[in-house]
Design a protein around this ligand. Structure first.
Ligand SMILES: [Zn+2]
Length: 554
């Protein structure tokens, strides 16, 4: 979003669609007191906006972002702490793993509504209910495409048939649970008349939320505002449901489109942490939440988001998925609050608000990076872990503390990022079948690398010695492939340092392809060759756990 003094002009003009922007008085002489037509005569209490997080469902659909059960549970805990109202935990019929994740989240996560996605089919809806039924507040989310292009090419159904299917799906879901959301997929490209008919029918059949998806990221802010306005004007029973939006970011407008929908009367926003999601991703939760908070004067709407949890949750998602946010990402990027340009810095020193519309502490950037060391105790470690958004319990605490002590012997200062790396490793290692016992590499200029590698698989140890590869890391990867019997294509390989200093830990991320699927691997160590080996093994372990899940072994 633009700064306060510029933003309001943009919004005011957006209302007039493509009208030519009239020449305004110089901005420097004006302070725009924005008036939102929706809230002109609104009472002083802000309108509540439901935050529906779909990081675990839509976010997980971005390539390489798939999460295991432990990772999903960790994230679900963090989402409750963040204050999201609804967690879309997955698509239960998609796979046994998806089903199990939604069911476990429904059983164990308290404080948010837990939602499961279903196509408008009997088996899907039943399966979704079987997974979410354990939740304190369960929701079934039924979707069916409505645009002409989807009707003709994907569903091969006429308009009347679509309406019948929608009614039947919503009624079936309502038979299970009182909280039912209906989405006409590709709504933003659906003819207005037909969209109004579908929405009216879905509400009549019992839908309590109607979600308007911009599935392909085609809408513009004015377009999205008009769609919501049209529904409010023309659907007679619209007051019986909450209007929701689900915007994709293909044209970089997901947040703007969602805000315009709120302005036009939507009461729920579907979004993801870091804007994760298919293709260019979804509406970013942190951006929409901070826009509503920072511009509360204009939107007169509020969320339950505990904004100080935004940065920790963003980091958790980046660590779990291996998809880092860019430095200049709004709200949570490393540079989002770095006022380094000389002219700005001068203003900042005199008065912060000259250039700052939000305070870093409001979104959870910690002002001081607390440093732990060799003599720090268990309680201090647990405290830091909690502050960073981790929910470590029981045995996990013991293991992390043990590893913390080992690390503290190797390096003097232990930073938050180090602790995060240790905990992450713990979460990731839960399903590790293969682990690294030891390695030795001999390499040098003009020499073929020689590797001796010992891996552990259960109680067994297997050793291999090979000569080959383009360098020490390539040679280790070849040796791992030989021992485990998995051949993969390495798609991506990154090493970066977790913190500062010569003794910093190296974090390695790999992406490998196996049978057309992409798997991630991640590991940290003060030895970056060892971290590479462990990251590669972590990816192999993911392949093992997915193939055993498909065979029904877990
Ligand atoms: Zn989506």
């Amino acid at each position: 979003m633009a700064r306060a003094d510029e933003g309001t002009v943009g919004v005011a003009q957006a209302d007039q669609g493509s009208a030519v922007i009239p020449c305004l008085q110089p901005l420097s002489n004006l302070y725009f007191q924005a008036t939102n037509p929706m809230t002109k005569n609104a009472p002083s209490t802000p309108r509540p906006i439901v935050i529906f997080d779909t990081t675990l469902r839509d976010g997980e659909q971005s390539p390489g972002a798939s999460m295991n059960l432990a990772e999903k549970m960790e994230l679900a805990h963090a989402l409750v702490e963040l204050g999201v109202d609804v967690i879309e935990a997955g698509f239960p019929i998609a796979s046994p793993g998806d089903f199990e994740a939604v069911r476990e989240i429904a059983r164990n996560i308290h404080g948010s509504t837990i939602c499961g996605l279903a196509r408008c089919r009997e088996a899907d809806i039943r399966r979704a209910w079987e997974a979410v039924q354990y939740a304190e507040r369960p929701r079934i989310h039924v979707f069916l495409a409505t645009s002409a292009i989807h009707r003709e090419h994907k569903l091969r159904m006429g308009k009347d048939e679509i309406i019948e299917r929608a009614i039947a799906g919503v009624k079936q879901a309502r038979g299970f649970c009182p909280d039912v959301e209906f989405s006409p997929e590709d709504a933003s490209r659906t003819e207005a008349d037909f969209l109004c008919r579908v929405v009216e029918a879905a509400i009549d059949a019992g839908a309590t939320t109607v979600n308007i998806p911009d599935t392909v990221g085609y809408a513009t802010p004015t377009h999205m505002g008009n769609v919501i306005q049209t529904l409010r004007n023309r659907v007679p029973n619209i007051d019986r449901a909450i209007i929701s939006v689900h915007c994709h970011n293909d044209l970089g407008m997901a947040v703007a489109n969602s805000l315009m929908a709120i302005e036009a009367g939507a009461g729920q926003v579907e979004c993801t942490i870091n804007g994760l999601g298919e293709r260019a991703g979804n509406c970013s939760l942190e951006e929409v939440a901070m826009a509503l908070r920072t511009r509360g004067d204009y939107y007169q709407a509020a969320t339950r988001i505990n904004t100080q949890r935004l940065v920790p949750t963003s980091r958790l998602v980046a660590n779990i998925t291996g998809i880092q946010v860019q430095r200049n990402k709004a709200i949570v990027g490393q540079n989002a609050f770095a006022h380094e340009a000389g002219i700005h810095q001068d203003g900042m020193l005199k008065e912060r608000t000259t250039y700052e519309i939000m305070r870093p502490e409001d979104v959870g950037f910690s002002m001081s990076d607390l440093v732990l060391g060799k003599h720090s105790g268990r309680a201090a470690l647990i405290d830091r872990a909690k502050a960073m958004g981790y929910n470590i319990v029981g045995e996990q605490i013991d293991t992390v503390f043990e590893q913390f002590k080992i690390l503290a012997d190797k390096k003097k200062a232990i930073y938050d990022a180090d602790i995060a790396a240790l905990i992450e490793q713990q979460i990731h290692t839960i399903a590790e079948r293969w682990t690294l016992d030891s390695y030795k590499v001999i390499c040098g200029t003009g020499q073929v690398p020689e590797v001796t590698l010992r891996l552990r698989h259960g109680d067994e140890k297997q050793t291999v010695s090979i000569a080959g590869g383009d360098g020490p890391i390539d040679a280790i990867f070849l040796a791992i492939e030989q021992v485990t019997g998995f051949t993969v294509i390495c798609r991506d390989f990154h090493v970066h340092s977790v913190t500062v200093g010569k003794d910093a830990q190296g974090e390695v991320m790999v992406q490998v392809e196996h049978d057309g699927q992409v798997y991630r691997g991640r590991a940290v160590s003060t030895d970056s060759v060892e971290a590479s080996a462990k990251a590669f093994l972590n990816a192999i372990n993911r392949i093992v756990s997915v193939s055993s899940e498909e065979k029904g072994e877990t």
